[in-house]
Ligand binder design. Structure first.
Ligand code: ADP
Ligand code: ASP
Ligand code: MG
Length: 423
């Protein structure tokens, strides 16, 4: 007998019929002799709809109240899935994140899990019941307020519970057949990866491949817990996220795992910054004090005047207002001339462990962009990733060109997108 944690994403529980279908799959896993813990997301686009609703009431809703509102989405799903499982003759008990022992820090909207104490879940499954847990939420250790883990955070709930319960596997059910060499919504010829390493999946997730939440991959790697990403709409084998990706004979595929893209970032340029030690530190301390994570950074000689530089960096679009407000408050003190905010950028990244040891990857990458007539605004690299910022309108074209240039297209199968709106 094994212990299986299954997570069903929003598109897998979008309506009553989907919930019944998912309940069937849960019961089959139980019948096969496993203990089963299920983590659910909010139905369909519920989270986006709740955010829209909040914004109609208040342009800047209080973070505590927004978290309280958003966690309701997952609670609706958990109760309905538990009812559907009950209808099939099996005992199911639903639990909120707090009841399931997901303890977090108190940063609303992007809380980090600091402990998982799943006593009630353990008792439920030991008594033969199926536990259904609301994803994406926890309770703050200090304030005792309800928190959320950030968009896509139900994946992290699932992996954190799986680690705490020492589950054999964490299955992430979504609306595509696994992790592909690019987002199937943009590249229908993307190929499904049989396996991907934690390291590569971390870079893919950090670069915008939202099929897995970044923190769930960090968790899985830390606990060496295998994740099986697969579709709830088919019985196909999905993608195993594991320590090392076995590579076949194909050279290109040995080097490259895939191409990721991200439309969620914006670029801030601090124009006319005095070119002396300590100024960059002051700028980034201001951003850090506002609890904002930045991604790429570029410093250039300023076009505005000599003795000055421009510093550009990227950050989540949603944090743009907080960042510009914080910088404006210290403009006099730091002595820069102006701020530019640009939210029409996109980021495309190439990820692969083989990039470490293979020359020529950057040459092929930049040639593909040149051929597609895509202009590059910023560049960063890590050992196993190459990322550029381009105009948002050029993003899809850039992704497809790079995917083709590295021979990643699958000419035999078209990637299936079973559901979801891609929102
Ligand atoms: P869920 O609601 O199940 O959590 P998400 O929308 O968060 O689903 O994630 C699944 C989506 O991730 C897919 O529908 C796909 O559009 C997108 N995606 C982006 N990059 C990839 C990739 N490399 N492989 C598979 N899916 C990807
Ligand atoms: N419902 C949340 C979201 O849409 C969490 C999740 O689905 O993982 O971001
Ligand atoms: Mg998701």
């Amino acid at each position: 007998m094994g212990l299986v944690v299954q997570k069903y994403g929003g598109s897998s529980v979008a309506d009553a019929a989907s919930i019944k279908r998912v309940a069937q799959r849960i019961v089959e896993t139980k019948k096969a002799g496993n203990q089963v813990v299920v983590v659910v997301s909010a139905m369909g686009d519920t989270t986006d709809e709740l955010i829209d609703l909040a914004n109609q009431v208040s342009p800047l809703p209080a973070p505590r109240e927004l978290d309280m509102l958003l966690t309701a989405g997952e609670r609706i799903s958990m109760a309905l899935v538990a009812m559907a499982v009950g209808q099939l003759g099996f005992e199911a008990r639903s639990f909120t994140g707090s009841q399931a022992g997901v303890i977090t820090d108190s940063v609303h909207g992007k809380a980090r899990i600091i402990d998982v104490t799943p006593g009630r879940i353990k008792s439920a499954i030991d008594e033969g019941a199926i536990a259904i847990v609301a994803g994406f939420q926890g309770v703050s250790q200090n304030s005792k307020d309800i928190t959320t883990l950030g968009r896509g955070g139900s994946d992290t709930t699932a992996v954190a519970l799986a680690a705490a319960l020492e589950a054999d596997v964490c299955e992430i059910y979504t609306d595509v057949d696994g992790v592909f060499s690019a987002d199937p919504r943009i590249v229908p010829s993307a190929r499904k990866l049989a396996a991907i390493s934690y390291e590569e999946m971390l870079e893919m997730a950090a670069s915008g491949a939202k099929v897995l939440h970044l923190r769930c991959v960090e968790y899985a790697r830390r606990f060496d817990l295998p994740i099986h990403v697969r579709s709830s709409f088919s019985n196909n084998q999905g993608t195993w996220v594991i320590k090392e990706r076995p590579v076949g004979d194909d050279m290109e595929q040995a080097i490259i795992a895939g191409v990721a893209h991200d439309r969620s970032e914006a670029k801030i340029t601090v124009v006319g910054v005095p070119d002396r030690p300590g100024v960059a530190a002051a700028i980034f301390q201001t951003i850090a004090d506002a609890q904002i994570n930045i991604d790429m950074i570029v410093q250039n000689v300023s076009a505005a005047a000599t003795g000055l530089t421009d510093i550009s960096f990227t950050l989540p679009k949603a944090e743009g207002k907080d960042a510009t407000n914080a910088l404006q408050r210290v403009q006099k003190e730091i002595g820069f001339q102006s701020l530019l905010f640009d939210d029409t950028i996109g980021k495309v990244s190439l990820v692969g462990a083989g990039m470490r040891s293979h020359p020529g990857v950057s040459a092929t990458f930049f040639a593909a962009l040149a051929e597609a007539n895509v202009n590059i605004e910023m560049i960063t690299t890590s050992e196993i990733r190459l990322s550029v910022v381009v105009r948002e309108k050029d993003l899809d074209n850039a992704v497809r060109s790079i995917h083709t240039a590295f021979g990643l297209d699958d000419s035999n199968n078209e990637a299936v997108v079973y559901g979801g709106t891609g929102r």
